[in-house]
Design a binder for this molecule. Structure first.
Ligand code: ZN
Length: 102
């Protein structure tokens, strides 16, 4: 999912407000970052199997250090880009998640 210009501004605002003086790369110390134009997702691990519809998904935006390439992932919901209800829904009831663990 692409970030709109408005979303990119929200992310920049979030970073300015929350990173503050910590807006330096923790690897090389530089403070120039590039923001991905795409929202990616991190899926719950299911033992190497693809479990569409059963996985929890964390939407993230990569922020890459322009000097060394180290990547930070910013939560798209926490940054105000996505609302929690826009997060891909878990379609399976909790009971099935429990049965997966047996
Ligand atoms: Zn760096």
């Amino acid at each position: 999912m692409l970030l709109s210009e408005t979303d990119q501004q929200k992310l920049l605002g979030y970073m300015a407000e929350n990173w503050g003086d910590k807006a330096k790369c923790h690897v090389c110390g530089e403070s120039d970052f590039g923001i991905s134009s795409t929202i990616f997702e991190i899926r719950e691990f299911h033992g190497g199997s693809i479990a569409l519809g059963k996985s929890k998904i964390l939407p993230v935006v990569p922020v890459t250090c322009s000097n060394c390439g180290d990547i930070r992932l910013v939560g798209a919901i926490k940054a105000g880009i996505l609302k929690a209800e826009e997060e891909p829904a878990e379609e399976e009831p909790a009971e099935e998640e429990v049965s997966d663990e047996l």
